[in-house]
Design a protein around this ligand. Structure first.
Ligand code: SRM
Ligand code: SF4
Length: 534
């Protein structure tokens, strides 16, 4: 850290204090010791906070049963990796399960601290890492879920996403250069025309854009020039959600070629690490620094770190499609191959599901499995000749390729089952209400409903057609679980955030409330009425 950073951290909050005392990544060398000590005897700061630097989360809701958050660049894993994850979950019986996350990632539950040395060995053997996935680190880097498969893609994001992760985590081993950011940090790279990664809600995002005409398209190297449009990315900065404030990312007025994406990530992160505001954790995300400095100064500092000037943004980006959800069967750009998107209800998986997904990916595809930010799965590389048989597999009855129009787009954060921030239960309630609504209503188009258990917004209610944010409210004088309702979130082309339209609907009144909302705003018809009219 620079001197400037030191002077801005004079009033240290509790988190800055414990980070200054001992870097979070230091616990990597102490896992054997913790395993021997057990969760009750170990140092509380190590247990409750620093373990998150290796992706291990103490859960006050289920003390002694930890959560593990992985890193899956671009949301891609192999069948062997899936089996390794399934094996870990399996050993915990009823306590073991896994959730696909809103960042194309997976979290495992039920983990016992005494098993960590063995778990890390297993991960290492299959090339998996959970390093730097929590607290003041960079979260899983999202990329286009159909990268390399989609005939219409503009850029295959897989390699660059992996390169960024390798740089930030020292190839999964941990990189002390980036283990003490002022706060969490999100990065996304869009490669298609539909912004499948929700670029606008990331601290740093790259969206496809062509530079027109003759000019110098490198980072000020002056070497390359061309008449024809050149592919690169417009850079967005400062998007984030927090309980205090939610902002869409804003243009940095910079266009970078694909080869420079990793260097730009490093430069932005160095600026944030060394100058980001650290006194108040409610005001520490990147946008607060941009506010304080102004965009011009921030851009200038990024250029200083890069050691060359940034080119101005391309006049327009190439995000001009509605967002796809990738559920169903789709032709790949490789002739005679298909990718199939399976709907995983609220992202929840159990060990036997995970083993079965690994088997299907191997038997029918190339062994590859992908996750989407909607908490679903894609199995790519299924040849035409194997497709029909694949579609008869029993697992597809539960993980459908053609779910109901509300089920299809349902997203939910963890909620009170495992998260101590939660004000309400989310996942099970979400499934129950959606099932009841689909039984009552006929819909003509899918409606994206996102649930989040508290204002931290992990379930991204602001990007949904209908967003539900957990709250406490009152009914008949009694405190009950409720939701604030968000509407108007738009994804894909012209993405923008939805806003809170009504507060404090008790969860027990939610089903009829949503029913009316769907009828009034989304063209739904009651099944009874439809039966009478016909
Ligand atoms: Fe989140 C904290 C779960 C995506 C904003 N988030 C948490 C914790 C770690 C709180 C805790 O310790 O219990 C939750 C763990 C609960 C558990 O046991 O599962 C948690 N967040 C999740 C996941 C699993 C939700 C899901 O069901 O998919 C997502 C994991 C993503 C990943 O793989 O890394 C998840 N969290 C998000 C997103 C969405 C996104 O990234 O697109 C956001 C909003 C975007 C953003 O960060 O700007 C989000 N999570 C937060 C915040 C608010 C951050 C802030 O600046 O205030 C917190 C609280 C915090 O960091 O202090 C938080
Ligand atoms: Fe937990 Fe709140 Fe995030 Fe849901 S939104 S996972 S309840 S912190």
């Amino acid at each position: 850290m620079t001197d400037t950073a030191t002077t801005t951290t004079t009033s240290l909050n509790k988190f800055e204090k414990f980070k200054a005392e001992k870097d979070g990544l230091a616990v990597k060398g102490e896992i054997e010791k913790f395993a021997a000590l057990g969760w009750e005897a170990m140092d509380e700061t190590d247990r409750d906070h620093r373990l998150k630097w290796v992706g291990v989360f103490f859960r006050p809701v289920t003390p002694g049963k930890f959560m593990m958050r992985m890193r899956l660049p671009n949301g891609i894993l192999t069948s062997s990796q899936m089996r390794a994850l399934a094996g870990v979950v399996q050993r915990y019986g009823d306590d073991g399960n896994a959730d696909i996350t809103t960042r194309q990632n997976i979290q495992l539950r039920g983990i016992r601290i005494e098993d960590l040395p063995d778990i890390f060995n297993r991960f290492h053997a299959v090339g998996l890492t959970s390093v730097q996935s929590g607290m003041d680190n960079i979260r899983n880097i999202t990329g286009d879920p159909v990268a390399g498969l989609d005939a219409d893609e503009l850029y295959d994001t897989r390699e660059v996403v992996q390169q960024i992760q390798d740089m930030l985590t020292n190839k999964g081993e941990g990189n002390p250069e980036f283990t003490n950011l002022p706060r969490k940090f999100n990065i996304a790279i869009a490669g298609g025309r539909d912004n499948s990664v929700h670029a606008e809600i990331n601290d740093l995002a790259f969206v496809p854009a062509f530079k027109e005409g003759t000019g110098d398209w490198g980072l000020g190297t002056g070497e390359e020039s061309s008449q024809s449009p050149i592919f690169g990315f417009n850079v967005l900065v400062g998007g984030f959600f927090s309980a205090k404030r939610c902002e869409a990312a804003i243009p940095l007025n910079a266009w970078v070629s694909p080869e420079d994406v990793v260097a730009v990530c490093r430069a932005v992160l160095e600026v944030y690490r060394d100058h980001g505001l650290r006194a108040n954790r409610q005001k520490s995300r990147l946008m607060w620094l941009i506010d304080e400095w102004g965009l011009e100064k921030f851009r200038q500092e990024v250029e200083n770190r890069l050691g060359k000037s940034l080119l101005p943004a391309a006049a327009k980006d190439e995000i001009d499609w509605e967002k796809r959800d990738h559920i169903g069967v789709y032709k790949q750009k490789q002739s005679e191959f298909n990718y199939v998107g399976l709907h995983i209800p609220v992202g929840r998986l159990y060990a036997e599901d995970m083993f079965e997904i690994a088997r299907l990916a191997e038997v029918y595809g190339s062994g590859e499995i992908r996750f989407t930010v909607e908490q679903n799965i894609i199995i790519p590389n299924i040849p035409d000749s194997r497709l029909a048989t694949f579609l008869t597999e029993p697992l597809l009855e539960r993980f459908s390729i053609d779910p109901g129009l509300l089920t299809r787009s349902l997203v939910s954060c963890t909620g009170s089952q495992f998260c101590n921030f939660a004000l309400i239960e989310t996942k099970n309630r979400a499934l129950g209400i959606i099932k009841a609504l689909e039984a009552e209503l006929i819909l003509t188009a899918n409606v994206r409903i996102h649930w989040t258990g508290c204002p931290n917004s992990c379930g991204q209610p602001q990007v949904a057609d209908i967003g539900l944010m957990g709250t406490k409210t009152r009914k008949n004088g009694k405190a009950v679980e409720g939701v604030d309702i968000y509407m108007g979130g738009k994804v894909g082309k012209d993405a923008h955030l939805g806003t809170c339209v009504i507060k404090g609907i008790p969860c027990e009144d939610l089903q009829p409330f949503l029913q009316n909302l769907l009828i009034e705003h989304f063209g739904a018809k009651p099944r009874q009425e439809a039966l009478v009219t016909h």
